[in-house]
Ligand binder design. Sequence first.
Ligand code: FAD
Ligand code: NAP
Length: 548
Amino acid sequence: MAKSQGNGSGGRSLDAVIVGAGFAGMYMLYQLRNLGFSAKVIERADGVGGTWYWNRYPGARCDVESLNYSFSFDNDLEQEWVWSERYSPQPEILKYANHVADRFDLRKDIEFQTSVDKAVWDDNECRWAISTSKGETISAQHYIMASGCLSHSKLPEIPGVDSYQGPTYHTGHWPHEGVDFTGMRIGVIGTGSSGIQSIPELAKQAAHVTVFQRTPNFSMPAGNRALEADEVDAMKAIYPEHRQAARTSGFGVPVPLPERSALEVSEEERNEVFQRGWDSGNLVGMLLGFNDLLTSKEANDTACEFVRNKIRAIVKDPQTAEDLCPFDHPLGTKRPCLDSGYYETFNRDNVKLINLRRTPIEEITPTGIRTSDQEFTFDAIIFATGFDAMTGALVAVDIEGQDGITLKNKWQDGTRTYLGIMVHGFPNLFTITGPASPSVFSNMMISIEQHVDWIAACMVYLRDHGKASIEASQEAEDFWVQHNTEAGDATLYPLANSWYMGSNVPGKPRVLMPYIGGVGVYREECDDIVANGYRGFVMRDAREKASV
Ligand code: FAD
Ligand code: NAP
């Protein structure tokens, strides 16, 4: 075990530096410490929780059921924690993150209010030099990015975005003390999951809410409710089998897979299945009604029309209802949403929808927002405009691998990874839930645990075999990039302009970033690669130079 020590240039020397103290970074630290590695987590925030630290907007809650969206690595933790709601609210999830940190005494190895800004690979020493905002350069054999798929928030590219004189809030950076909108006239830009969760709550408080919608989304009722003690107990009694089923499932939640096509049943039967999905309050409830909704446009169209008819039935004003109906992408190809009264909110007198496809925003002004046909004055503007997803936090750090190549340059034409865990040319750099892994196409807890376990086992292997470094080979990376693309191309996902495809960031290459093969299939592939001597990876003995 390498002890934390000086590296000759005044900084420390560690086995691993982990970036981020969300669920991924916390579990990575827990694992590495237990395995006898010296490791530190560097976290920009002043607390743990990642997503649940930053996204404190009203209405924020998980949309994978809490009994699934929680750690499974420790039986006692799993048994002692009690979730209060089917989809627990952000404060409770943050409390859980803090509980995990305290329970496993993680804080002593987390350095808060510190950013990692730069990391440079030294090919002679087989170590990373990792520079922080505190002016320190830490030497580490392994550099682990647990920096989050949805942590790099972004403002809209709208002229005058900085000119507004009133208060602005991004859902991904919500003030800790909360915001009182009582009596205010507010504008909200964005109708993704964050907008759809927050708009009903904002409308209950503000005097008036104007919602600026560029693309309507498909949203289904969450059916959120308090959890009964006996259903929690029932789950706890079967947790081991339940979690195992989640690990081998498609989306990280055990749900039965359908066998029939939506096109081989009568319209009446199809609508009954869709109704059950709609009523299930499950994110994939409708999508898993039939086996071809993500692969056949014709089948998917039937589900789209079912949801559009729901919107038309809920929203009283026909024009508003039609404006809320998505027509430009198949159901599920932009991240579907679960809501609590979203469409109903547009029946309120104090809520107005602006369809930006008809009247686009021309600029943000010092007093509000001007569209092509109207000027709005607001007391506050809320940006629910999302994230530079999957890659934003990774390339925000200046990561320099072999031969001075940066990750940003390497990915300028599209992300390239092997398994979403490693990148050719960047030895000993691990990306938890990185691009081309199931990540955001899954219950993230399941994917985080699988990646952390894989990385920890890999580091033990290197240590036990006297290896200084591991790197994805060019051939393995090429194979995985192609496999990821082919898996995506067999689905409808490429038809949408989604953050999955990088379309929400101007100039970002259009690539389906997450892996759609399913978490169970993916796990088998990762295990098989290990069983075959880390197929596709090249290892070097200490200080041995090797051409890879
Ligand atoms: P994060 O939680 O994003 O943590 C990353 C951390 O890294 C952050 O704290 C950040 O400050 C830090 N960091 C990044 N770069 C640096 C740097 N250079 N230096 C220092 N620190 C840095 N997933 C689900 O499966 N189910 C859900 O219901 C669900 N709901 C979500 C709701 C919201 C509002 C959002 C935004 C996402 C949601 N997700 C959900 C996805 C969610 O991001 C993951 O479930 C999970 O929380 C990610 O954990 P993480 O540790 O990988 O990353
Ligand atoms: P998002 O899904 O990317 O939505 C951003 C919204 O802002 C979109 O409606 C987008 O419109 C709009 N927008 C961006 N730039 C704009 C511009 N210049 N003009 C007008 N509109 C603009 O981001 P998000 O809602 O924060 O969600 C991101 C992801 O985080 C989700 O998909 C989900 O994975 C996760 N999340 C989950 C939950 C949950 O329920 N648990 C809650 C929040 C977030 P276009 O669609 O036209 O680009």
